[in-house]
Design a protein around this ligand. Structure first.
Ligand code: UD1
Length: 352
């Protein structure tokens, strides 16, 4: 039996893991999971394993929060030993976190083949830790699993075309499943949101937005002054930085709430009037669900979402103006695939 080991550690990786795990098991692979422990709060980790029915990780390295180099190095040390024990045919790395990079570097000097899920994304912004993680991981991998045509193009430009395959986006696989289940079962909105009420969903967690006092203050003030009630499920980094800088989140129209489960987040996103975010995943989810989005960044790895202005990039001072734009009505198409990315990945691993 072919053994595949998935290495995950941060919230968006647990979402991507869900459809991949299901597909690997259905296709007869032995699938083992290593959790690096980069995210350890139950609301950022355990809740996703429970809601998606993913088995407990075979190994949890329990690394936790540290500076970038320390976190990456400790994950590498833990992974080397664990991977040698598990002796896989394939290792799967997901996305662009420090856990992804640590996995890639560890694998590059071990006799195990590495496949990168979400390969080829580029923001061309070297200020982002994720941009380094993506590029380095792609160049260490044996197999590159790209979600979009744009990602394939970046990989070709970097002479990685021969290892690259367009498989679609695994996040769309899980989003389609959860969306149809919500529509069928008619979930109530969490957070005591009144379904007849208009509201905005916001999330802010990126280092570029949270770690500089003036920028964070400007973003928070903009959100507090939006014309509609704005719910912000708060990532621990946001809460920690606000406390450190003496910034109060709960003011004006801004309502901080605890991080949501995936199903809760999609329920809230589906009914919201607008989404304001700096998350890559949520930009795409907004696009796929047909909710207009404002992204508080200067660039995006998901340029497809900008078509028809379903998504607009905005500086903090322009958020209010951006949410007032007319809701787009252009056809969005399916630039992220048809929800069969995980099966495409299983098929490729079988064929190679
Ligand atoms: C990481 C990823 C980012 C991804 C995000 C999703 C990197 C470089 N960044 O960012 O790409 O979009 O995950 O959430 O890998 N913390 C807790 N509890 C936790 C985890 C973190 O309190 O369970 C706090 C700690 O104070 C920590 C801070 O959040 O220092 C940042 O966590 P970290 O894992 O370093 O990065 P994220 O901001 O979560």
């Amino acid at each position: 039996m072919v053994t595949v080991v998935s290495v995950v550690g941060a919230r968006p990786q647990f979402v991507k893991l869900a459809p991949v795990h299901k597909s690997l098991i259905t296709n007869g692979f032995e699938h083992r999971i290593i959790h690096t422990g980069q995210h350890y709060d139950a609301k950022l980790s355990d809740v996703f394993f429970q809601e998606f029915g993913i088995p407990e990780p075979d190994i949890n390295l329990g690394i936790g929060s540290h500076s970038h180099a320390t976190q990456t190095a400790r994950i590498m040390i833990g992974l080397e030993e664990s991977l040698i024990d598990l002796n896989p045919d394939w290792v799967l790395a997901y996305g662009d976190t420090n856990s992804t990079l640590a996995c890639a570097i560890a694998c590059s000097k071990l006799p195990f083949r590495l496949a990168h899920i979400e390969a080829g994304l580029r923001s061309n912004n070297k200020e982002m830790p994720e941009e380094h993680n993506r590029i380095l991981t792609d160049h260490c991998s044996d197999l590159l699993l790209a979600p979009t045509h744009a990602a394939m193009e970046f990989l070709r430009e970097e002479n990685l075309g021969s290892k690259s395959h367009l498989v679609g986006d695994v996040m769309i696989d899980i989003l389609n499943l959860v969306k149809s289940s919500i529509e069928k079962e008619g979930d109530n909105l969490p957070l005591s949101i009144d379904p007849s009420e208009e509201y905005i969903l916001a999330t802010i967690h990126r280092q570029e937005n949270t770690d500089y006092k003036d920028r964070l203050q400007e973003i928070v003030s903009s959100l507090q002054n939006l014309r509609l009630p704005t719910f912000i499920p708060s990532h621990p980094r946001l809460v920690k930085k606000c406390e450190e800088f003496g910034i109060t989140l709960a003011k004006g129209n801004l309502n901080p709430v605890d991080p949501l489960s995936y199903r809760e987040l999609i329920t809230v996103a589906l009914s919201s009037d607008h989404i304001v975010t700096d998350s890559g995943g949520l930009q795409k989810e907004a696009f796929h669900l047909g909710t207009p989005c404002t992204t508080v960044r200067t660039e995006t790895e998901w340029p497809e979402t900008l078509s028809g202005e379903w998504n607009r990039l905005a500086e903090p001072s322009k958020i209010a103006e951006s949410i007032l734009r007319q809701a787009p009505n252009t056809n969005r198409g399916t630039p992220f695939g048809n929800g069969d990315a995980a099966n495409n990945i299983s098929q490729l691993l079988k064929d190679i």
